[in-house]
Ligand binder design. Structure first.
Ligand SMILES: [Zn+2]
Ligand SMILES: [Zn+2]
Length: 842
């Protein structure tokens, strides 16, 4: 069964009740979640139930070896993740025999995360799990919990291979939410080819956060990266400091609702205008915050104060010592991987104890938080909460009411944050979507979403954070400077009254299936009886594996007879191929791995690499050694790899007419070479330059959707004066930008090629392909929804107010041709031609 309902609708209770009952009845439960953090949270919840017969334990990479035996032998509620199941539990199933024998239920939580290639791997791991269970005579019920999704039953069936019932009705109380779609204005800045640059979503988010906090509206801002979230928090704090500053010379109450105590008048004898903020910590270096805050050239730069000081100048933290009452919480100071540079203030905070706990802005200490005092000179978290200055200058604590949050905090820190939010000592919080995991922030009035979160499902999930006890709430989607965001803020009908996305995965991808068949054979030799478990393409895949010498066929079935571990063949978080290890150069710590094709675009030398919201700079990509060396860094720019691509058609699998042209879906071979990377300023979006790269071309066999237009139509358009190459190129860029609306993918998961005359088709052709070996289902989805997809693409281009193309419509940050040639009006006409009298989509 799959339960697919909104945030805070009680899904956990729905699976916990039968799961715990099964444990009490002598059964065992396997609980799967995509992240360790969520498992740890669940474990805490289970322990709080205080049921002695319930022996719950996490089994993940952090579980000490001496505890693992206990878990295998005694735990009856095991919390783990697909990676651990794949690498450890299934290959050693014999050690788990008593657990598997009694297994009653498999809970697959947050299963909407299992999409694309990763989802396809998880689907095969679950099939291996079912086979192992059958070996021990158990037939567990699979209970899946998902965010709202379209056709959850069909998705669940693809994920588990089992018939699934779906529960989608949500009876939890909800107040009305006002949704605002917010498009930042074009600025005076000029980008590539003189295109106008739109103000960034983070800059707008900081403004809105400031205004909402001033109006006493409890607000959460979702920002893509931790660095971005911190920038939003810092900018908003600077703006609040500015407000407080201007009020310093204006005796009288603040112009805010006084309900939470901020409106008290500044007392006589207030400190000098700058000193109240001097204790406010900024975690970045002085050079850093000059750039992370809006530059003065920007249209919204905070107004200079009467004496010419800008608030950020007044925020310089390195030079002043914090007042002894400062109560920054070390957990929210940046436990940064880079030690502070000399002269930049203070040593890193000591862990956890020895600092004053958070305190509300009116000096009330939350219960249960009496621990020590701040040692003078300890690092002050900008991300701390609570007023550092209580009376006589409450207003000075205003900036402290905004904090930033990211993943990786300990449970106790998260509980403190929840408390601060509930008490109102924190009014504004900027976060990455890490907050989806493990913090209860019920009690918010507003949510700001900086940039399209990727799916309608995520949008509603994030918007669903606002609204307490059925009260009204506000959610604002702030558009980023790209075609999809632009389209959405101009076309609310694409968001409202639309079903949320289907979750796309393709378990039959041969690059996924093959390695799991090897792993399955290593676990228990495969027999004919197993074939239906792994899907219709299994027989062919097995033949291939035998030919490659990976499996041996014997009368009794297929055997793994090699010495190495079969599970090493499958890189479940990557896309096939030997993965590149991402290693922190200073410590040798392995941060993760990136599959080889993606490595060229995500961890090339000079790339800004995001890992769990943290920012790193790639010092060196060594393809031969399979290593990317990175260092923790806070650059004030983002990078975009640019590639040039050639494509050849191997087979058209499906096709139909599309207007005067035709549409195809099939197999292609793509040769892609990353040639340079673009640097763009984080806060303003300004282009900083294009740096060349020397990387080898890479060949990829994958699937693509493509459309062609006959020569007669092309000739007509050419006579009207359009640049056909530029028109096709522009249509391709925008189509790549819009496909994520129809296939649950990221714009980086797909690529495209366009040409006025393609060698294989002999026609004007635009291709959009899956960027993963073997395909991931995205292009197939584009084929199925082509009319809607191309109509939206046309609309996105037409609704952008720029004249000749910009990043919000037809320019692409990853274009290897430097966004040349592009013809905006030509693209609209080209798409109009294609969509003319389109037959009903098949
Ligand atoms: Zn534009
Ligand atoms: Zn291009």
């Amino acid at each position: 069964m799959i339960i697919s309902t909104g945030t805070a609708s009680g899904k956990s209770l729905a699976y916990l009740t039968p799961a715990v009952a099964s444990c009490l009845d002598g059964g065992t439960i396997l609980y799967l979640t995509p992240t360790k953090a969520l498992a740890a949270d669940q474990l805490r919840g289970l322990r709080e139930l205080r049921i002695t017969q319930l022996r719950a334990a996490c089994f993940d990479g952090d579980t000490p070896f001496e505890e693992r035996t206990w878990v295998r032998q005694h735990a009856n509620y095991v919390l783990t993740n697909p990676d651990m199941l794949h690498r450890s539990v299934l290959p050693r199933h014999a050690q788990w025999s008593s657990f598997f024998r009694r297994l009653r239920m498999v809970v697959v939580d947050e299963c909407h995360g299992y999409r694309g290639v990763f989802g396809s791997h998880v689907a095969q791991i679950l099939r291996r799990l079912r086979r192992v269970c059958a070996r021990y005579g158990s037939q567990p019920v699979f209970l899946l919990a998902s965010a709202t999704a379209s056709e959850p039953g069909a998705f669940a069936m693809r994920l588990t291979g089992l018939e699934m019932a779906e529960v989608t009705s949500d009876g939890s109380p909800k107040g009305a939410t006002t949704i605002a779609l917010w498009e930042p204005p074009l600025t005076e800045l000029r980008g590539e080819r003189g295109a106008p640059v739109r103000r960034t979503a983070t800059a707008e988010a900081a403004d809105l956060l400031t205004d909402l906090v001033l109006a006493n509206v409890r607000t959460l801002a979702f920002v893509r990266s931790r660095r971005g979230a911190e920038t939003v928090a810092l900018t908003a704090r600077a703006k609040l400091a500015d407000v407080a500053f201007s009020l310093a010379g204006t005796p009288g109450p603040l112009p805010v609702d006084g309900s939470s105590g901020t409106a008290s008048s500044p007392a006589a004898g207030t400190p000098g205008p700058l000193s109240p903020f001097s204790g406010q910590a900024i975690p970045s270096s002085p050079t850093d915050h000059g750039t992370s805050l809006p530059s003065p050239t920007q249209d919204d730069a905070p107004p200079a104060s009467p004496d010419g000081h800008t608030p950020m100048a007044s925020l310089d933290h390195g030079t002043s010592s914090p007042p002894p009452t400062q109560d920054a919480h070390p957990a929210f100071a940046d436990p940064s991987t880079t030690p502070p540079s000399p002269g930049q203030g203070a040593p890193p905070a000591s862990p956890h104890h020895g600092t004053t706990p958070p305190r509300s802005s009116h000096g009330i200490t939350p219960p249960g938080s009496e621990q020590g005092t701040t040692p003078p000179g300890s690092e002050q978290g900008a991300l701390s909460w609570g007023g550092s200055v209580s009376d006589p200058a409450d207003w000075a604590a205003l900036p402290d009411r905004i904090a930033a949050y990211r993943a990786g905090y300990l449970a106790e820190d998260r509980r403190l944050l929840e408390k601060a939010l509930r008490s109102g000592s924190i009014m504004g919080l900027a976060t990455t979507n890490a907050l989806e995991l493990g913090v209860d922030v019920s009690g918010l009035d507003a949510v700001l979403i900086a940039g399209w979160p990727g799916t309608r499902a995520s949008l509603w999930q994030q918007a669903g954070r606002a609204g307490r006890d059925g009260q009204e709430a506000l959610a604002v989607l702030i558009a980023r400077d790209d075609p999809l965001d632009t389209y959405l803020v101009h076309h609310p009908q694409a968001l409202f009254g639309q079903p949320v996305e289907a979750i796309v995965l393709d378990p039959d991808n041969p690059y996924v299936l093959g390695p799991h068949l090897c792993a399955a054979a290593a676990e228990i030799p495969l027999t004919d009886a197993d074939l239906p478990v792994f899907g219709p393409t299994t027989v062919n895949a097995l033949d291939d594996l035998v030919t490659q010498g990976l499996l041996r066929k014997r009368p009794a079935g297929w055997f793994w007879t090699r010495r190495e571990r079969a599970t090493d063949l499958a890189d479940i978080r990557g896309g096939g191929g030997a993965p590149i290890q991402v290693v922190e150069s200073a410590t040798g710590r392995l941060l993760g791995s990136v599959d080889e094709p993606s490595a060229h675009t995500t961890v090339h030398t000079g790339a800004v690499y995001l890992h769990q919201g943290e920012t790193y700079l790639v010092e060196l990509l060594d393809l031969e050694a399979g290593v990317a060396l990175v260092g923790g860094a806070e650059p004030d720019y983002t990078t975009f790899a640019r590639d040039v691509t050639e494509i050849s058609v191997l087979a058209s699998l499906r096709s139909h007419d599309l207007g005067p042209g035709s549409l195809h879906f099939g197999e292609v071979e793509v040769t892609r070479q990353v040639v340079s990377y673009l640097r763009r300023r984080l806060q303003s979006g300004e282009m900083l330059g294009d740096e060349p790269l020397d990387l080898p071309p890479r060949t990829l066999r994958t699937r693509a959707v493509w459309w062609t237009l006959p020569a007669s139509e092309v000739a007509t358009l050419a006579e009207e004066g359009f640049d056909l190459g530029g028109a096709a190129h522009a249509a391709e860029h925008a189509a790549i930008g819009l496909l994520p609306l129809f296939a649950t993918c990221d714009r980086w998961d797909i690529g495209g090629v366009s040409t006025e005359l393609h060698a294989d088709t002999g026609l004007l052709t635009v291709f959009v392909y899956d960027g993963h070996e073997g395909g991931a289902g995205f292009a197939e989805r584009g084929y199925a929804r082509a009319t809607d997809w191309l109509t939206a693409t046309r609309e996105a281009i037409a609704s952008c107010e720029c004249e000749r193309g910009c990043p919000s419509c037809i320019q692409s940050p990853k274009c290897g041709n430097g966004n040349e040639p592009l013809d905006k009006r030509g693209a609209i006409h080209l798409l109009d031609t294609l969509l003319r009298s389109t037959p009903t989509a098949s």
